[in-house]
Design a protein around this ligand. Structure first.
Ligand code: GLU
Length: 424
C-alpha cells in the first residue's frame, strides 16, 4: 500500500506549536494568548527595479510586525528564495519572544525579499534595497520598526537603507533618523562588534552550558551549518575556547576533517573561491548525513527546519546551539529531547545579534560612540543573565529550555498587557 509522506510543517506552524506548549505550561492569560496568536501588521510591497541590462523587474518585499507592546518592532531583513509570508510571520514572532527574553524595549518584526542575491550585481542589489526601503516608507522608522541584517543581508545594505530612509526626510530631520536601521558599517553609525555579536553570543551560551555541566569547551568537537556571519564568528570564538571544528556545511557543500578545520583559513578560502568545497585537507561529506557526524556540539547557523523527524535520530552531539532561527522543528525536537540531547533555543542562543543592535540604536539615539570592550562586556553579561534565567525557569516549571525561554519572554509581555489594558 502506498504511503504518503507527511508534509514538513511550515516555520509558522512550528512557532505556533512552541507557543501553544509554553502557554499551557505557564497558564498564559487567555486574552494575551489570543492577541499573540496573530501578527499585528503584514506589509507586502511590490516595487519595480531597473536591471543592468535595461529591463525592469518587479520584486515582492515583506515586513511582518508581530507585536510591539514592549517597544518598537525589531528584526532583520532576509534576502533568500525561501522568504514568503509564512516565513516572515514565523521570524517576526520569534523576534517578539527574543527581544522580550533579552529584556530589551522592543517588539518583533521581520521581513525581506524572495530572491537569490547571487543572481544580481552589486548595483542591482543596491537599487533593489533602496527601492524596497522607499516602498516601505514610514512603515519603518527609528521609533517604530527597526530592520537589521539577516540571511544574505549585510552592513552595506543597512547603509543603503539608512541613506534612502534619511533622504526621504527634510534636511533638518535627517540625522535624527540614523537609528532607523541597525547593523550599519562602523563609520556610518554602526557599532563596533555588531558584526560578531550573534556568533559571540552563541559561544557565550555554550560557555554557560559547559559551566552548568561542569565541563569546558576545550577539546570539544563541533560542526557548523552555515558559514556566513553567524557560523564564521561562532567558529572563531569556539576555536578561541580550544574547541575543534570537524565539519562545515553550507549551500555550496559539506566538508569534514576529524583532525580539525581552521575557520580563519576557511573564511579566506571561501572569499577567494565562492565555495567551502575543496578546502585543503577536508573531504566532501554526504550532505544528508551532516547532523550525524560524530561530535559534541552542533551549531546550526543557516536556515529553519534543518533538524527534523527525518534526521534527529542520527544526532550524536550532546548539545545543539541554535545560531539560526527555527533550525529544529517540533518533531525533531521531541526526538532530540527523548535522546537526552540538550538544545539552547534560538531565541536565547542567537539573541546576541539583536542585543548588539540595541546597543547600536542607543549609541545613535544618544550621540555616543561605544568601544569594542563596552560592547563585548555588556553583551556577555546580558547573554549570561538570560541563560541563567532560562535554566532556573526550566527547573521551576520542570520543562525543556525552549519552553522555559518562551515562559520568560511571555511573562514580561503578559505583564505589560495587564498593566496597560486594551484600548479603548
Ligand atoms: N536578524 C537577527 C535576528 O534574527 C538580528 C535582528 C536585529 O538585530 O534586529 O535576531
Amino acid at each position: 500500500m502506498a504511503t504518503t509522506a507527511k508534509p514538513q510543517p511550515t516555520m509558522y506552524e512550528n512557532v505556533k506549536n512552541q507557543f501553544e506548549k509554553a502557554a499551557n505550561v505557564m497558564g498564559l492569560d487567555e486574552t494575551v494568548k489570543k492577541i499573540l496568536s496573530s501578527t499585528n501588521n503584514e506589509i507586502i510591497v511590490n516595487f519595480p527595479v531597473k536591471m543592468d541590462n535595461g529591463t525592469v523587474e518587479v520584486f515582492t518585499g515583506y515586513r511582518v510586525q508581530h507585536n510591539n507592546v514592549l517597544g518598537p518592532y525589531k528584526g532583520g531583513l532576509r534576502y533568500h528564495p525561501t522568504v514568503d509570508i509564512d516565513a516572515a510571520r514565523a521570524l517576526a514572532t520569534w523576534m517578539t519572544w527574543k527581544t522580550s527574553l533579552a529584556g530589551l524595549p522592543y517588539g518583533g518584526g521581520k521581513g525581506g525579499i524572495q530572491l537569490d542575491p547571487k543572481k544580481y550585481s552589486q548595483g542591482e542589489l543596491e537599487r533593489i534595497t533602496r527601492r524596497f526601503t522607499y516602498a516601505l516608507g514610514d512603515n519603518i522608522g527609528p521609533e517604530h520598526d527597526i530592520p537589521a541584517p539577516d540571511v544574505n543581508t549585510n552592513a552595506q545594505m543597512m547603509a543603503w537603507i539608512a541613506d534612502t530612509y534619511m533622504s526621504t526626510k527634510s534636511p533638518a530631520e535627517r540625522s535624527k533618523n540614523q537609528h532607523v536601521v541597525t547593523g550599519k558599517p562602523v563609520g556610518s553609525g554602526g557599532l563596533e562588534g555588531r558584526d560578531r555579536a550573534t556568533g559571540f553570543g552563541v559561544v557565550v551560551t555554550l560557555e554557560s552550558w559547559a559551566k552548568l555541566r561542569n565541563t569546558s569547551l576545550e577539546g570539544k568537537r563541533y560542526i557548523v551549518q552555515g558559514f556566513g556571519n553567524v557560523g564564521y564568528w561562532a567558529a572563531h570564538f569556539m576555536n578561541k575556547n580550544g574547541a575543534i571544528l570537524v565539519g562545515v556545511q553550507d549551500a555550496t557543500g559539506t566538508i569534514y576533517n576529524p583532525e580539525g578545520i581552521d575557520p580563519e583559513a576557511l573564511l579566506r578560502f571561501q572569499a577567494d573561491n565562492g565555495t567551502i568545497s575543496g578546502f585543503k585537507n577536508t573531504q566532501d561529506y554526504n550532505g544528508a548525513e551532516f547532523f550525524g557526524i560524530d561530535c559534541d556540539v552542533i551549531i546550526p547557523a543557516a536556515l529553519g527546519n534543518q533538524i527534523t523527524a527525518g534526521n534527529a535520530d542520527t544526532v550524536k552531539a550532546k548539545v545543539i546551539a541554535e545560531g539560526a532561527n527555527g533550525p529544529t522543528d517540533t518533531e525533531g525536537e521531541a526526538i532530540l529531547l527523548a535522546k537526552g540531547i540538550e538544545i539552547i533555543p534560538d531565541i536565547l542562543c542567537n539573541s546576541g545579534g539583536v542585543i548588539g543592535s540595541y546597543f547600536e540604536w542607543l549609541q545613535n539615539r544618544n550621540g555616543e560612540i561605544w568601544t569594542m570592550d563596552d560592547v563585548i562586556i555588556k553583551l556577555r553579561k546580558k547573554m549570561e543573565d538570560a541563560f541563567n534565567r532560562v535554566v532556573i525557569s526550566g527547573g521551576q516549571y520542570k520543562t525543556d529550555w525552549r519552553t522555559a525561554a518562551y515562559i520568560q519572554a511571555l511573562v514580561r509581555i503578559e505583564m505589560a498587557y495587564k498593566q496597560r489594558g486594551i484600548f479603548p
